[in-house]
Design a protein around this ligand. Structure first.
Ligand code: FAD
Length: 275
């Protein structure tokens, strides 16, 4: 019987399969108990919940955002960018089916949570590189809340674009409310940087700033730069903010509320899945 995920301690979780998505991005699927889903284990991916993986010999674990449907029973998946000298990403990319690795989750720790902004009609999500993992489920959650979602997905080159089938499903399910723009920051050898795509976005977004909540998902440094530009555009309502979890029950995003625990489908397998 596979071990259960727990938020405050690491349990050995079994790898079921791996799939190479691009030269340096790998998709890994791990086992849960047959009756368990991330949803039943209290994950809410619409709030940016994540797992922490701590292979032997790595002092601190690393965070990863699951990219599978949170009500899938019996397994979950993550999508990992593999860095040449990355301790954990290299370890994960070398794992074989049936290997185990210590994983804890859901995180943030149980007494903290991310709370969602309210009162906005449009959500701007800026996914920088592998930040698309967390962005994907946040997009879905915001769409389920009935909001218009504009995703700006920025990568270095075309081969870095991943999770396109999952994003295509969202576009099909929400043709009037979901739009995606991709930018290639190193196409043709130039590196225009975030200013260019924010300028592009500002021209697309003819809305009062107060109606727009924003989420930027990337490295700390890139987030700082992009939020700086967004602040200049007066787009400074953050979609997710950290808060103490009190009372315990009040933390569900629309994604969580719409979960069907009996579902065994993934977003790509069933385009009509409700969450
Ligand atoms: C909430 C959260 C969710 C995350 N979700 C995901 C996810 O779903 N998928 C995913 O792939 N990652 C995700 N990350 C990043 C992940 O936690 C690790 O930081 C990443 O895998 C690198 O760890 P590593 O041990 O392989 O590299 P490290 O051993 O930490 O770094 C070694 C070297 O790798 C390179 N490197 C590491 N990180 C970066 C970077 N971001 N940009 C450029 N070079 C880098 C640098 O050269 C660095 O010196 C997430 C992070 C957070 C905070």
């Amino acid at each position: 019987m596979p071990a259960s995920l727990r938020p405050l301690s690491f349990a050995p979780i079994t790898l079921l399969s791996t799939r190479q998505l691009s030269p340096d991005v790998v998709h890994l699927t791990f086992a849960l108990q047959p009756h368990e889903s991330l949803h039943s284990l209290s994950f809410d991916l619409g709030l940016g919940d994540f797992i922490r993986i701590k292979p032997p010999g790595v002092a601190r674990g690393r965070a990863y955002s699951p990219t599978s449907h949170q009500s899938t029973l019996g397994f979950f998946s993550i999508t990992v960018k593999v860095y040449p000298s990355g301790a954990v990403s290299q370890y994960l990319s070398n794992m074989k089916p049936h290997d185990t690795v210590p994983i804890a989750g859901p995180l943030p720790v149980p007494w903290l949570t991310k709370k969602l902004a309210t009162g906005h009609t449009t959500t701007l999500i800026v996914a920088l590189g592998i930040g698309i993992t967390e962005s994907l489920l946040c997009c879905q959650s915001e769409l389920l809340a009935g909001r218009t979602v504009k995703l700006l997905y920025s990568v270095k080159t075309e081969s870095d674009l991943i999770l396109l089938p999952e994003l295509a499903v969202l576009m099909k399910q929400h043709p009037d409310t979901f739009t995606m723009h991709t930018t290639l920051t190193r196409a043709g050898g130039d590196r225009p940087g975030p200013a260019l795509f924010l300028k592009l976005f500002a021209s697309l977004l003819a809305l009062p700033p107060a109606a727009v909540a924003v989420l930027v998902v990337g490295t700390k440094e890139m987030n700082r730069v992009v939020y700086g530009h967004l602040n200049e555009l007066k787009l400074n309502k953050r979609l997710l903010g950290m808060a103490f979890r009190a009372p315990w029950g009040r933390r569900h995003s629309p994604l969580h509320e719409n979960c069907v625990t009996s579902s065994t489908t993934s977003m790509t397998e069933n385009e009509t899945a409700g969450c």
